[in-house]
Design a protein around this ligand. Structure first.
Ligand code: SF4
Length: 704
């Protein structure tokens, strides 16, 4: 280290890959960010978002710098000091809870919160407000995977490690575009394939995405038919005798019922349902059967569905019937969207969870948590999940909401309902780093938060790897770490148990709650994490090391220690297509933007990749509507409309259109908020919205 620069190690704050970062800070406070060559996740590589992280820290324009408050709904937001902000927030929450009960308030948090922040927000809400109305935007991306894991292997536990990528020889990438959304993991897959030409990549997606450029087989299925495709492959594996009979007998339950279910359709019927050539399904099954290391990788394309749980269960079945789990290079590998969605799940940051993967519906678990926090009881009433929370606000069942580090006005489905809900709420707190959030306009109280490198704490990536993020620079203006905001609020409410002096004390408190659970990290502290640079849970205290791969003894976390196969219901519960709305709208991310662009939108370099929102439409669908490339088109249904430019491409299936999900503002000629069109249909078990299937019509927009 030279005298003019200090160096720190941290983790990228965008996606769940969790790349290691080296941060150099000059004496003038200038920040330089590079990939950490010794970090096992990325080995020095960074994607375009990671390479531009420094702009987010050093550019404080658009940052929220001080608390702001409006005295009543008709008044503008005015700057106040923190004391005034806390006095108002505590007075309103106390009064609403007293008058309407604890379930009249709630918190909506984010997979970008650090683990310590998530933990304290949960403690505050479930332990002291007395309501389970705390949910997270991770509900929008990973909750179907959580249910799939719990039902199949007994806990929300991703069994693989990233090093399994280089040990696998067949990849089944479904409902994911890692080339754009998890670029560093995809780069590892590409490199592995370059060095090992026998490696096979199967990509399943109604769109021909960038990920397909490396695919040996692209299964361009009809939207919504994923479970049927998984069944078809399962059926063919069974029919051709390519299942792990011995493994199933010893370690899997539910096989007979599964077999009966998948044989309800012939392969040709499945091919017809999925809109795929039968030969392609057979080829995929053949490659899976020949594989020595079979990795299934998926994300929003399966999870964000009215049938997200079924899609997950039927995919996990492919690993189970082939015995491809618990060994090097094999297993189910859910790709996490946000940097700390995993950490949030660990501390119970969802309406149906409690800390250390305890279950809210389990009275013993509730008693354990209440005892640990020194409160009388944890409410047995399930809290509202993300979408339902805003419906409750709109109905008037909830009166106040505290929104932390997320922008529901753009990211939740059915934006018009969200807008009505926020207008109707008696009190809305928005706590964020960015002044670009569209949700701010509805805030009664704005709390400015510290961002990445401005606070310390931990995060967990998609392979259960916990890393420590140090504070490197001061937050601008009067912004405070989210953790400090929660702690100060709780103390002002008069709650006990919130006197922790720093983030590490909160972390240690949480680690003690994990003792004896499947995600045991008892004994871990910041020093130990830093010594190892990162640790994958569970932490083996006596050996001072983490656990890279789970279930190597084939003992699963279920009561009978077996993995459980499940059958699914073959119905489509999404929007019905009609003559009025005959096209399927699917939504997703683009390479260089993140969520609702509150951070990436201000980085010029990231804006140049794709500058404007657009609609992908198949040439036949465009011709039928007299739409030419670049025309402004209106996409509409009964919930709302969107206007963007048309991009005509045969990369998308006929009958399907695609909108990126990032833009929220009214642009020059267009109204680009994609979630004006998406529905509030949820997976009935996971509560995850059906972002990938909305019925719409598209027409050329005629300006008046
Ligand atoms: Fe950051 Fe994800 Fe890119 Fe890695 S892949 S640099 S974690 S955005």
């Amino acid at each position: 280290m030279n005298k003019t620069t200090s160096k720190f190690k941290s983790t990228c704050s965008y996606c769940g890959v969790g790349c290691g970062i080296e941060v150099q800070k000059s004496l003038k406070g200038e920040i330089k960010v590079t990939g950490d060559e010794n970090y096992p996740v990325n080995k020095g590589m960074l994607c375009s978002k990671g390479m531009n992280l420094n702009y987010v820290v050093s550019d404080t324009k658009d940052r929220l710098l001080y608390p702001q408050m409006r005295w009543s709904k008709n008044h503008p937001l005015k700057r106040v000091d923190w004391d005034t902000a806390f006095t108002r927030a505590t007075a309103v929450f106390r009064s609403i809870i007293q008058k309407f009960g604890p379930d009249s308030v709630g918190m909506y948090v984010s997979g970008q919160c650090l683990t310590e922040e998530y933990y304290i927000a949960n403690k505050l809400t479930k332990g002291f407000f007395g309501t389970n109305n705390i949910d997270t935007n991770s509900r929008l991306c990973m909750s179907s995977a959580v249910v799939g894991y719990k039902k199949t292997i007994g806990d929300d536990a991703v069994p693989i490690c990233y090093d399994d990528i280089e040990l696998a020889d067949t990849f089944f990438i479904t409902g994911a575009n890692p080339a754009w959304c998890h670029p560093i993991l995809f780069r590892r897959i590409e490199k592995h394939k370059e060095e090992n030409p026998n490696v096979k990549i199967i990509v399943v997606d109604p769109r021909k995405t960038q990920t397909c450029s490396s695919a040996d087989l692209h299964l361009q299925l009809k939207p919504g038919t994923d479970a049927q495709l998984h069944f078809a492959i399962g059926r063919h594996l069974i029919e051709t005798g390519n299942i792990a009979v011995d493994f199933i007998e010893k370690h899997v339950s539910g096989y007979e019922a599964y077999k009966e279910e998948v044989f309800k359709h012939s392969l040709s019927e499945y091919a017809e349902i999925c809109g795929l050539p039968e030969g392609d399904i057979k080829l995929a099954a053949q490659w899976i059967s020949e594989s020595k290391g079979f990795l299934t990788m998926w994300t929003m394309g399966l999870n964000q569905s009215a049938k997200g749980t079924d899609k997950n269960l039927s995919l996990l079945a492919l690993n189970l019937i082939t015995g491809q789990i618990g060994k090097p290079g094999a297993g189910p590998f859910s790709l996490t969207g946000q940097p700390n969605a995993m950490g949030g799940r660990e501390v119970g940051g969802m309406a149906n969870l409690l800390a250390a993967h305890r279950d809210l519906m389990n009275p013993d678990h509730r008693a354990e948590v209440a005892d640990f926090w020194g409160v009388d009881a944890i409410s047995p009433n399930p809290g509202y999940t993300a979408t339902r929370m805003f419906e409750a606000l709109e109905r008037g069942d909830m009166k106040a909401i505290w929104i932390v580090c997320t922008n529901p006005m753009v990211s939740l489905p059915d934006s018009n309902l969200v807008e009505k809900a926020l207008k109707k709420a008696r009190f809305v707190i928005v706590q964020d780093i960015s002044g670009r959030s569209d949700t701010l306009q509805f805030a009664d109280l704005v709390l400015p938060a510290a961002g990445w490198l401005e606070k310390e704490g931990t995060m967990t990536n998609s392979e259960r790897r916990i890393s420590y993020l140090p504070k490197v620079v001061d937050a601008p203006g009067e912004a405070l770490p989210d953790l400090e905001i929660f702690l100060r609020f709780a103390r002002k409410m008069g709650y006990h148990g919130f006197n922790q002096k720093n983030a590490e004390e909160v972390f240690i408190e949480y680690t003690q709650m994990t003792k004896g659970t499947k995600i045991d990290i008892d004994g871990l502290d910041y020093q130990t994490i830093q010594k190892h640079r990162s640790i994958q849970w569970p932490y083996l205290k006596d050996k001072d090391k983490g656990t890279e791969r789970l279930f190597t003894d084939f003992k699963f976390y279920t009561e009978d220690s077996k993995a459980h196969l499940h059958t699914s219901i073959n119905t489509n519960d999404s929007d019905a297509l009609t003559s009025e709305y005959p096209l399927v709208l699917t939504t997703g991310r683009i390479r260089d933007h993140w969520h609702t662009m509150t951070r990436t939108g201000k980085v010029n370099r990231l804006n140049t990749h794709i500058e404007k929102p657009y609609l992908e439409i198949h040439p036949a669908d465009a011709d039928a509507r007299n739409i030419s490339e670049g025309d402004i088109v209106q996409i509409s249904n009964g919930r709302g409309n969107v206007r963007v430019e048309a991009q005509i491409t045969d990369k998308i299936r006929e009958g399907v259109v695609f909108l990126p999900m990032h833009w929220g503002k009214i642009l020059e000629h267009s109204y680009a908020r994609t979630n004006n069109l998406t529905s509030r249909i949820l997976d009935p078990i996971s509560g995850e919205p059906d972002f990938k299937y909305a019925a719409v019509q598209v027409e050329k927009y005629k300006q008046e």
